[in-house]
Every structure is written in C-alpha cells, then in structure tokens.
Design a protein around this ligand. Structure first.
Ligand code: LLP
Length: 393
C-alpha cells in the first residue's frame, strides 16, 4: 500500500498529515459498485466518514449518492456535485435550519428518527409549499456485536423509531399531507465484521415490513444503512472489504417487496483503508519499565484509539526502509504515544517495531474513515492536512 519507493516523496511534506492512496480508493469503489450492480442495489456514501473534497469528488463520480447527518453535510454534498435526489438525511436531532436546508435542496429522503421530528418536517415543508419524502428510521433491536459507542440498533440506543411507536407514526403521517412516506431505514452499527449480523437484521426487516404491508402501507424504498467493517489488524493483506459477502447476505436473507429499491450507506468500508496518518518520531524516551516512542501526531489528529480503544496498525516506514524491509530485522518494544497533554493520547501500549530514531516517518494505517474528519484543535494544535498519491514525485 505504502510502497518503499514512495517514502522519500512522503518525507518532503510536513508531518502530521493524511495520505490518501487514490488508486486503492478507486479499486474499492469499483469493487463496491460491482457488488451493488450485481443485485441492482444502490448506495449513498456516509459523508461523516470522510468529507475531503477530492475524496467526495471521486465517490460522486463513481455513481454513489450521499448519506448526510447534518445540514452542513447536506450543503457540502450538494456543493460536491451529488444529485439532490440521491441525498438522504438521518440524525436524531435535525434542527429547523437543517431541515430547511434539505427541503430547499430537494433531497431524496429524510430518514426520520422520531414522531415529533415527522411533525416538524411536515410543518416546515408545508411552509415552503413542498412535500417532504420521508423514510422511517427503525430501531430493530438488533445487536451489531461491535464497540458499544458505535452500536446504534439496540432498543436502549437513542436512534430510530421502535415498534411500539409505529401505529402512532402512521397516524401522524396520514394526517400530514406535506410528508410522503417512501420507505424504511435501518442502520444497526459500524465496524461490523461478523456478517451474520446482516442476516439477523434482514430477518428482522422482513417481519417489520410485513407489519406495514398488513396495514396497506406502500414502501417503494428500503435502506439498510452502512456498517461493513474493515481489517484494521492486517490492512495490507486485506485492503478491500468484503462487499460481495455483505450484499450476498442481504440477497439471501431479505425478502424485498415487489419492485422495491434496496439502498445502502457505506462509509468506513469505502474510505478506511485508502487513508494513512503519517507522522514522525519526535523523541524516544527510555522509561524505567517502558520505552516511549513519542510521535508528532496525536489524539486530536485521529481520536479513534482514545475514544473507542481502536487499533490502528503502526509501521515505522523509515526503519523498514533502512532494514530493506527485512522482516527479521531486530525489533524493540515501544509504547507509542502522541504529544497531547492527556494520558489517553496513546497509540498503542505495546508494539514491537524496528529500532526507531528521531525523525523516522511512522504510518498509522487504516485512517481514511473517521480520521481527518474527526480531527480537532485541542491544545491549539493545527489540523493535519491531506496529501494524495497523485502528488507524489
Ligand atoms: N448510516 C448511518 C445512519 C450512520 O449513522 C452511519 C455511521 C453510517 C451510515 C456509516 O456507517 P459505516 O459504513 O461507516 O460503518 N466514529 C466511529 C464510527 C461512527 C459511525 C456512525 N454512523 C468510528 O470511528 O469507528
């Protein structure tokens, strides 16, 4: 992925920065597209995973729609060229301003997460003289078997409308002529690596759809959300996620209604592996019991390890180069940390790396999703910029 011959070129940029491999992005988009086309499915990229203009441009050109969770994301999607009729908008707390932005843009669907939200969308649409297309985001009470912070489909989670609210939701929709119900939406969690979760979800979706069909409700669209996980442990060996496996689970276990269009909202799986956070070794500090490798990239640049105890593979690119990529070269055990004044600014408590030196370039792999976009300026640090493979000398 990060080839030896690229390292001298990477070394000219000031660290830390995000490096995106556009070739891998394109191959990932193609793999996903082929999987979708095989079954006639469509997909909306979850902008929350990465909102870099050049990434969005490529994803848009590859024929994906946009999945947004804020008014600003909707506006960005429109500015980036996504067709409004391919934009969906979810989120438990859509403000009036955000709803109006989406109504003005004429988006495809609001994925509604509560009954009061349907009422507000109805009132704001009526005020604009429009009809808002909506889908009900359902909370199916399905366990995604993932980190509890990124699990969204259990009944105790804040997301979606639960079965005991369906009757009332239908009454509100029937009494609100400025909203049109076009389907159901589900998203049960992220970084799902156990594909059987999608089979369980589909079986639940079949039951829930039947409830609506029994009441004469038409549901031309069904959106199953995102969630496909990536291989953080072995990113190089397994750079393209198993889209085929994901869609096949759905094909096998979902019973779509006649003529129903099936939608997905991949985020991480499209952009996770093409991005790397590149940093440099600032210092090596010999502690009493540990040896600290202090990088110039911190939790403000990539918050996933601090927030979710997430693992990102760490590679000392310069040392690999020095040892001529010799896998048997001598290694030392390091605690790899960032510069931010928090103990949670920890990349990995124990990692064996080739003997490292001040100035070495170090990659934190699989950082393309929920990396740069979650960057912050804590400690008044600068935001890490993006560089792309086609800028390499
Ligand atoms: N659709 C909805 C409604 C979502 O809430 C999400 C992600 C997605 C689609 C995209 O899911 P994906 O395909 O990326 O799994 N910051 C966390 C992940 C939060 C995911 C939030 N929702 C992380 O770094 O792991």
């Amino acid at each position: 992925m990060l080839r030896k011959e690229n390292i001298p070129s990477l070394a000219i940029w000031e660290t830390p920065f995000y490096y995106y491999n556009l070739d891998l992005l394109d191959r990932t988009l193609t793999a996903c597209r082929q999987g979708l086309d095989r079954y006639g499915y469509s997909a909306h990229f979850a902008l929350k995973a990465n909102a870099e203009p050049r990434i969005l441009e490529r994803i848009c050109q590859a024929g994906f729609g946009a999945d947004c969770v804020s008014g600003n994301e909707v506006a960005l999607a429109v500015r980036s060229g996504f067709a409004p009729d391919q934009i969906v908008f979810a989120g438990v707390g859509k403000s009036d301003r955000e709803i109006n932005i989406a109504l003005e843009a004429g988006i495809f669907s609001f994925n509604c997460e509560s009954i009061p939200e349907i009422e507000v969308i109805g009132a704001l649409a009526a005020a604009q003289g429009k009809t808002a297309r909506i889908a009900l985001r359902i909370n199916p009470d399905v366990d995604a078997h993932t980190h509890h912070y990124i699990s969204t489909g259990k009944k105790e989670n804040k997301f979606g409308i639960s079965p005991w609210m369906f009757e009332q939701a239908l009454t509100v929709i029937r009494n609100t002529p400025s909203v049109e119900l076009i389907g159901l939406h589900f998203h049960v969690g992220s970084q799902i690596t156990d594909l059987s979760v999608f089979a369980t979800l589909c079986k639940r979706v079949n039951e829930i759809q039947q409830w609506f069909v029994d009441r004469g409700v038409k549901l031309p669209h069904l959106n199953l959300g995102g969630g496909l996980g990536i291989n953080y442990k072995h990113p190089t060996e397994d750079p393209i996620p198993n889209f085929e496996g994901w869609f096949e689970q759905v094909y096998r276990h979902l019973t779509p209604l006649p003529g129903q269009q099936i939608h997905f909202e991949p985020g991480r799986s499209l952009v996770g592996q093409c991005g790397h956070l590149i940093s440099r070794v600032l210092y090596i500090k010999e502690g009493l019991e540990k040896r600290f490798l202090i990088l110039d990239a911190g939790m403000n640049d990539l918050i996933r390890p601090a927030l979710y105890q997430a693992h990102h593979r760490i590679e000392n690119l310069s040392a690999s180069n020095r040892t001529d990529w010799n896998p048997d070269a001598e290694t030392l055990r390091y605690e790899v940390v960032g510069p931010v004044c928090e103990s949670s600014d920890l990349w990995a408590p124990e990692v064996d790396l080739p003997i490292s030196q001040r100035g070495d370039l170090v990659a934190l792999h699989s950082s393309g999703a929920y990396g740069q976009v979650m960057g912050m300026r804590y400690n008044q640090r600068d935001l890490a910029p993006a560089h792309y493979s086609d800028e390499l000398a």
